[in-house]
Design a protein around this ligand. Structure first.
Ligand SMILES: Cc1cc2nc3c(=O)[nH]c(=O)nc-3n(C[C@H](O)[C@H](O)[C@H](O)COP(=O)(O)OP(=O)(O)OC[C@H]3O[C@@H](n4cnc5c(N)ncnc54)[C@H](O)[C@@H]3O)c2cc1C
Length: 439
């Protein structure tokens, strides 16, 4: 029985590829079969068709965040625009926006070119404010976007917002056209088939238990019954990087949670008028994100996050957060209060101490990692796949020159300090949210 920790995964049938037995040699080994690992393998084969590429995945392609996320394919980079401006300046923040915008185009093109059936809907995105203080915050962030020159940003008054969606809790919004919604598990499993047809070898149920560097510079990636000898390696392990000694202190796993209702009927649609089916987020630090699925269920996620201790990656279930999310549906859409919850799940996102994503090297340029996408990694991980492929093949592009490539990462301290610091940061965010929720 395959463990399927999300609604999306539970809806599709697949069997697992065999794990590796014996020895394999390749040009590029990729540890981790999520969006990042699979996209990297795709672009390596696209740019260098004769290269030998192997992906090793501890469970199965899509088991991590890629098979569990909410499916917003969006321009957000890191936590928000103002934080990127604060940390890296306006020019870089605009570059980051263009980068993730290109990421959306990449996903759209992949879906179209390879006819991947992943319920792709190019519906746009609205960030809403649900109190006066959030309205002030949202307006500031919107003005920053306009000031940076982001043209795809339109302010929505309460009346204008109500033309798109009706909620007594929402005061105003910021609309972006460039955002798609999709079924992430179907996308990542669909891309698995695409890359396998291109010649990428994928071993599932195959945790890499040790990575070692030989004297000749090659990497040995050991798993239980086999090993791979590779010229270059990619750690596409995202939040699971907590168990990789070389990456342990660069990020921390944080779990975010989702509830999903039964399908809405026409009477519900009449009450909320959400005909454009845009993706929605609110303006909290610990955001709520909500959308409709292809079969018209309401997905509501966020509100709080679960912090792990040590290498514990079993924090998918948090009843308190699930109960809170059910109450949040009633607050945002009281018209939908009668809807039953059919599914609840959670998954790990990777968070750096400064909340900004990173691609970097381990030792030299032959070993690359990608992490820190926070909850905004669908478009980002796909374009990161292209960037990592270009870096591995030593092909310079505007992507390989981005400011977050090989940037300094503020290290997390070891446990128990990591746990304490993570709770302090989360606690500060929650206190501010509690105040903003009320005023
Ligand atoms: C609940 C939730 C909602 C989200 N919603 C959104 C959203 O709406 N929009 C958005 O943009 N982003 C969202 N995200 C974030 C987004 O899902 C991630 O940023 C993105 O999927 C990261 O992809 P990845 O390939 O880097 O990581 P992952 O998908 O986590 O893949 C890492 C893979 O590495 C494997 N692995 C780990 N260690 C080993 C090992 N030793 N050997 C072999 N394999 C290993 C894991 O099993 C896993 O499959 C959400 C995340 C979650 C959890």
């Amino acid at each position: 029985m395959i463990e399927k920790p999300s609604f999306w995964l539970s809806q599709i049938d697949f069997s697992l590829n065999p794990s590796l037995e014996g020895e394999e040699n390749c040009d590029f080994a990729i540890v981790g079969g999520g969006f990042t690992g699979i996209a990297t393998s795709y672009f390596l084969k696209k740019l260098e068709p004769s290269s030998k590429v192997i992906v090793v995945e501890q469970k199965y392609v899509g088991y991590g965040a890629s098979g569990r996320n909410a499916g917003f394919c969006m321009t957000l980079f890191g936590l928000n625009l103002s934080l990127t401006v604060l940390r890296y300046g306006k020019k870089n923040a605009l570059e980051a926006y263009k980068y993730t915008s290109e990421g959306i185009d990449i996903v759209k093109n992949l879906v179209e070119e390879h006819k991947i059936d992943c319920d792709f809907e190019y519906n746009g995105f609205i960030r809403v404010a649900t109190s006066k203080l959030y309205e002030r915050r949202l307006k500031k962030e919107f003005e920053l976007a306009v000031n940076l020159g982001i043209e795809d940003a339109k302010w929505l008054t309460k009346d204008e917002l109500e033309q798109k969606v009706i909620s007594p809790a929402m005061r105003c919004g910021w609309y972006e056209r460039h955002c798609a919604l999709l079924n992430p598990a179907k996308l990542v499993r669909g891309m698995k088939e695409v890359v396998e047809k291109m010649g990428v070898k994928i071993y599932e149920n195959n945790p890499s238990i040790e990575v070692e560097r030989r004297n000749d510079g090659k990497f040995i990636i050991r798993s239980e019954k086999g090993r791979i000898i590779a010229d270059k390696i990619v750690f596409a392990t995202n939040a699971f990087s907590i168990s990789i000694p070389q990456l342990k202190n660069k990020q921390t796993p944080v779990f975010t949670h989702i509830v999903l209702t039964e399908p809405l009927g026409e009477e519900h649609f009449q009450k909320i008028n959400w005909r454009g089916r845009e993706g929605l987020e609110d303006s909290r630090n610990l955001i709520h994100y909500f959308r409709l699925t292809k079969d018209n269920r309401l997905l509501m996620g966020g509100r709080d996050v679960t912090i792990t201790f040590g290498e514990n990656m079993q924090k998918d279930i948090n009843q308190k957060t699930f109960e809170g999310l059910k109450r949040d549906i009633k607050f945002i859409f009281p018209q939908l209060s009668d809807l039953k919850i059919d599914y609840m799940w959670g998954g790990p996102v990777s968070v750096t101490l400064d909340l900004v994503p990173a691609i970097g090297y381990v030792g030299d340029k032959n070993a690359i990692y990608s992490l820190g996408c926070i909850g905004h990694g669908v478009s980002l991980s796909h374009i990161n796949g292209l960037t990592i492929a270009e870096l591995l093949l030593e092909r310079k592009s505007k992507r390989t020159e981005m400011f977050f490539i090989n940037r300094f990462i503020i290290p997390f301290p070891p446990e128990p300090l990591r746990f304490v610091i993570s709770h302090i940061i989360k606690g500060a965010m929650k206190i501010q949210d509690a105040i903003y929720d009320r005023i």
